[in-house]
Design a protein. Structure first.
Length: 231
C-alpha cells in the first residue's frame, strides 16, 4: 500500500464521505456513463452471455450496476480494500446485488479464476509503477487466454510544466460540472501530492509489461485515459 493510496482509502472511513461518493466521479470524469457503457461493450466482444467478470476497485458499484443492467447474464466478483465502499456497491446495485460476490482486499485476495474478463476503473493510478505492473499481471494471470481487460484511470503528460496545466484542467472541469471550488481545490492538491500519475505512453507500457497483448486506447477525456487489452 503506497502512502498515496492510503490517503484516499482513509477517506472512506468517514460514512458521510462514502454517502457522497456517487456525486464525485461524474464531476471529475468526463463521460463517465459512456465509459461504463463502452467498458461493457468491449468486454461483450469476447465474453459469453453468462460471463464471470472480475472487477478490481469495485467500491461504489457504478460500473457493476451499468454492466449488470446491460448484460443480464453476467455475474461479478468485485474486489476493493474499502469495506464501506463495498457496502455502497451492494446498495447501488440494488436488485442485481445478488449477482456480485464482494471481497474486501486487494488483487491477491481475488479468486484464481479463470475469469472471462476483467475491469479496473479509476483505480490503478493509486499505485506506483512497479506495483501497478504487478497488479495488472495478477489480473492477467486470473483471466482465460484471450480474455479482455479494460482499465481506465487518470493519465496525462507528466513533463515539467505540463503536469500542473493538466491538473488545473482537471479542477476546472470539476468546477464547471458543479463542484464546490474549495473542495475541488483540496481534491486537486490531494491528487498532486498523493497520486502516482503516469503519462498515457507509460500507462500503456505498464499493461504490455503485465502481459497483455493487443493493447488499444479507446477513451480519452481531459486527464483520463482508457485501454483494452487481452490476456
Amino acid at each position: 500500500m503506497t502512502k498515496g493510496a492510503q490517503h484516499f482509502l482513509d477517506s472512506f472511513k468517514d460514512p458521510a464521505a462514502v454517502e457522497r461518493y456517487t456525486e464525485g466521479p461524474r464531476r471529475f470524469v468526463p463521460g463517465l456513463d459512456g465509459l461504463h457503457r463502452m467498458t461493457g461493450l468491449l468486454l461483450a466482444e469476447r465474453v459469453p452471455d453468462d460471463a464471470h467478470i472480475l472487477v478490481l476497485g469495485a467500491g461504489g458499484g457504478s460500473e457493476m450496476k451499468a454492466m449488470a443492467e446491460a448484460h443480464p447474464g453476467w455475474r461479478f466478483t468485485g474486489v476493493d480494500p474499502a469495506g464501506p465502499m463495498l457496502g455502497l456497491a451492494a446498495k447501488v446495485m440494488g436488485p442485481d446485488a445478488h449477482r456480485a460476490e464482494l471481497i474486501e482486499g486487494y488483487i491477491d485476495d481475488a479468486p484464481a479464476g479463470p475469469f472471462d474478463g476483467a475491469t479496473c476503473l479509476l483505480t490503478l493510478h493509486f499505485l506506483e509503477r512497479e506495483e501497478r505492473i504487478r497488479t495488472a499481471a495478477q489480473i492477467c494471470a486470473r483471466l482465460k487466454p484471450g480474455a479482455p481487460f479494460v482499465a481506465a484511470h487518470g493519465s496525462f503528460p507528466q513533463a515539467a510544466g505540463e503536469r500542473d496545466r493538466w491538473l488545473d484542467r482537471y479542477a476546472s472541469y470539476a468546477i464547471a460540472s458543479g463542484g464546490d471550488p474549495d473542495q475541488v481545490a483540496k481534491g486537486r492538491e490531494a491528487v498532486a501530492t498523493h497520486v502516482a500519475m503516469l503519462s498515457p505512453e507509460a500507462d500503456e507500457a505498464v499493461l504490455r509489461a503485465a502481459g497483455f497483448t493487443g493493447v488499444e486506447q479507446f477513451y480519452a477525456a481531459f486527464t483520463w485515459r482508457g485501454w483494452v487489452g487481452y490476456a
